[in-house]
Design a protein around this ligand. Structure first.
Ligand SMILES: NC(=O)c1ccc[n+]([C@@H]2O[C@H](COP(=O)([O-])OP(=O)(O)OC[C@H]3O[C@@H](n4cnc5c(N)ncnc54)[C@H](O)[C@@H]3O)[C@@H](O)[C@H]2O)c1
Length: 412
């Protein structure tokens, strides 16, 4: 895109969302508003280089962040912190070291509009389930890219509550805001290849294949995916659905396979591999995925679904061995643990539709086997080696990370 647009990116403090934000800030003149509630997976450090004293905004009186209104007692003053709920306590911890600017919800539109004159990025701490906030931000945006979600299958197996709220109810709120704000000309919903469910050997699902999710995470993503389609069908809102495969790369929360294995190996700790480790995933480098999303914004057709694949199908165990080799660590660190219940054996998608739009065209790296996987895994592993400050901070300061690891792996 040559002209400058305003993009609203939900979940822009997460792994894939922050990659997309960094990609757009580097490769376009567009302005970005991020809307993110900073759950355990959201991290301001992911956008550190682009955040400053002025561009982090916390609208008060959000319905979903109870009690926060109580702290805004005197407009002129210091914020008095009392009677905080859990959400706010977490946000306080998550924003340590950053300057947060509190604004009244009634001033949010003017504040963001003014900031858009000066800043390329505005970070709004807020919940996608908060209709007042989403309506205001939609009214200021040309394109929405919706990444925000609860994303970890294992957590959805322990407790699906947050998944239903954010992934299902959240998309409903956003779609309603979309109906109201006709200025938005594209709404990109980031779905996942997991909505298709497991693929038998030799089959790669196309966008027209039925969906068949098999765990609470993929089922809530499938509900969101189908709500997008239903809203397009019913109200003709400008929705496009993207179903990417398994992303990997820098800044991924250390509960996911590649960062978890890399960090454990660096610390000479056992590498917990589920079952026989022969589950197959299609590995897609996060920056390649951001390029695909950008292409769909530019050329994708409203109402369509696009798969994005890395064309790199590998068993988990192969990936784990690659990591050990890169780090020069022994395979004896691998520890096979009890499999995840209902673990899908293989995911596989056919992404010829987005390739026809031009993804990968002219990219010499994209051979029959896909973009150079080995090179991208090596780049990723090196990133974790060189950015110990990033993951150490996440692991040590995040109470939820410790609780999750204790609950999930200690019993296996
Ligand atoms: N990681 C993958 O391999 C993969 C593959 C395909 C699709 N996806 C989809 O891509 C999207 C991004 O995945 P990711 O791995 O970057 O996720 P992530 O868990 O790293 O980040 C999610 C972000 O959403 C934010 N968030 C969660 N609930 C919110 C709410 N109610 N309001 C506002 N913000 C909220 C979090 O704070 C966090 O910053 C998700 O929709 C996911 O389902 C992921």
């Amino acid at each position: 895109m040559n002209t400058s647009y305003t993009l609203l990116v939900t979940g822009g403090a997460g792994f894939m969302g922050s990659e997309f934000v960094r990609y757009k800030l580097k490769n376009s003149n567009d302005k970005i508003i991020v809307l993110d509630i900073l759950t355990y997976a959201g991290n301001l450090d992911n956008l550190k280089d682009y955040l400053n004293e002025d561009n982090i905004i916390f609208p008060l009186e959000q319905e979903t962040i109870l009690n926060v209104k109580r702290i805004f007692e005197d407009k002129e003053t210091k914020v008095k912190i009392e009677n905080l709920n859990e959400d706010f306590e977490r946000i306080k911890l998550k924003t340590e070291g950053y300057k947060v600017n509190f604004v009244k919800l009634s001033d949010l539109k003017d504040v963001v509009q003014d900031l858009l004159q000066e800043e390329r990025l505005i970070f709004v701490i807020g919940n996608i389930m908060d209709r007042e906030v989403t309506d205001i931000l939609f009214s200021l945006s040309d394109v929405i890219v919706h990444y925000a979600a609860e994303t970890h299958v294992d957590r959805s197996i322990i407790k699906a509550d947050a998944f239903i709220k954010t992934d299902v109810y959240g998309i409903y709120v956003l779609l309603e805001s979309l109906r109201k704000n006709k200025n938005v000309w594209k709404f990109i919903h980031i779905s996942t290849d997991e909505v298709y469910g497991p693929a038998p050997e030799g089959v790669s699902f196309k966008e027209t294949d039925p969906i068949n999710p098999k765990n609470p995470y993929s089922a809530s993503k499938a509900a969101a995916d189908r709500l997008c389609s239903a809203y397009y069908n019913t109200y003709k809102v400008p929705v496009i659905i993207i179903r990417p495969s398994n992303n990997f790369g820098p800044y991924q929360y250390p509960e996911k396979l590649i960062p978890l294995m890399t960090i454990n190996a660096l610390n000479n700790k056992p590498l917990p591999v589920y079952g026989d480790g022969r589950q197959k995933r299609d590995w897609l480098y996060v920056e390649d995925c951001a390029r695909g999303v950008d292409l769909v914004i530019e050329k994708g057709e409203i109402g369509e679904v696009y798969n994005i694949s890395g064309r790199n199908e590998r068993e988990n165990i192969e990936i784990v061995k690659m990591i050990l080799k890169i780090l020069g660590k022994p395979e004896s660190l691998i520890k096979f643990v009890k499999d995840r219940p209902g673990h899908d054996r293989r995911y596989s998608i056919d992404d010829s539709k987005i390739r026809e739009l031009g993804l990968g065209v002219g990219d010499s790296e994209l051979g029959v086997r896909g973009w150079g996987l080995e090179d991208r895994i090596e780049r990723t592993v090196k990133w974790y080696v060189e950015n110990e400050w990033w993951w150490r901070k996440v692991r040590e300061s995040d109470r939820e990370y410790k609780e999750f690891v204790k609950k999930w792996y200690c019993k296996r």
